[in-house]
Design a protein around this ligand. Structure first.
Ligand code: GSH
Length: 228
């Protein structure tokens, strides 16, 4: 059994999708990051960077519960546990890890900044909007070239690299990206977006969000002094 601590943001949804795809048994717990639940000591004990997602894998009977934080580490852990979505061959495994790391270290942080300055920043900072929107468009160009003649990002099959990337790229509008300019990416999005496990993973915990508006208090919790 796995305890999942999440919130339906792109980083949370990666793990929600993976658990659904791999058919692993899990219990989902909402961590309301807009209400500051990520700063509670019990959550910090599993996720010291006060961010979702995190899991506790209870493993086999007799094993110690294993906490894991950072979405990339969680995806690798779940892929190894389930034996799915991380091919074993030398080159396919290397490619999958490369595109997973590209997502967690380049794509996610930059698309996050584009969204922040376009949608959440209190002041309209033109320089930051331009800088991060341009960077988002450049990164979509990287994906577009990679998906030219390929159905999947790595290894010639659906892997944790695709699972990690999908919940970020499906939010292209708020990142200032016109997906029509990236037809290979648009086709890849459509290919993944109809998978039943992806739909279930994307929907998980959505009801919890309905009771947690993104108001002044939530903004201060996420982006104000409390967040430092
Ligand atoms: N590098 C982390 C990033 C996780 C992350 O940024 N989580 C956001 C939601 S998408 C969060 O928990 N934010 C709450 C906060 O910063 O206080 C990962 O990939 O797991």
């Amino acid at each position: 059994m796995i305890d999942l601590y999440s919130w339906p943001t792109p980083n949370g949804q990666k793990i929600q999708i993976m658990l659904e795809e791999a058919g692993l048994e899990y219990r989902a717990h909402a961590v309301d990051i807009q209400a500051g639940e990520q700063f509670l000591p019990a959550f910090l004990a599993i996720s010291p960077n006060n961010k979702i997602p995190a899991i506790v894998d209870h493993g086999e009977p007799g094993e110690e519960p294993l906490p894991v934080f950072e979405s990339g580490a969680i995806l690798l852990h779940l892929a190894e546990k389930s034996g799915r979505f991380l091919p074993a061959g030398r080159t396919p495994r290397k490619e999958t890890i490369e595109w997973l790391v590209f997502q967690v270290s380049s794509l996610g942080p930059m698309l996050g900044q584009a969204t922040h300055f376009r949608r959440y920043a209190k002041a309209e900072v033109e320089y930051a909007i331009e800088r991060y929107t341009r960077e988002a468009q450049r990164l979509y160009g990287v994906l577009e070239r990679r998906l030219d003649g390929r159905d999947w990002l790595a290894a010639g099959e659906y892997t944790i690299a695709d699972i990690a990337t999908f919940p970020w790229v499906c939010r292209h509008r708020r990142q200032g990206v016109d997906i029509a300019e990236f037809p290979n990416v648009a086709r890849w999005l459509a290919r993944i977006g109809t998978r039943p496990a992806v739909l279930r993973g994307m929907d998980l915990l959505k009801d919890a969000v309905k009771g947690s508006p993104m108001d002044e208090k939530a903004h201060a919790t996420l982006f104000g002094k409390a967040a430092t």
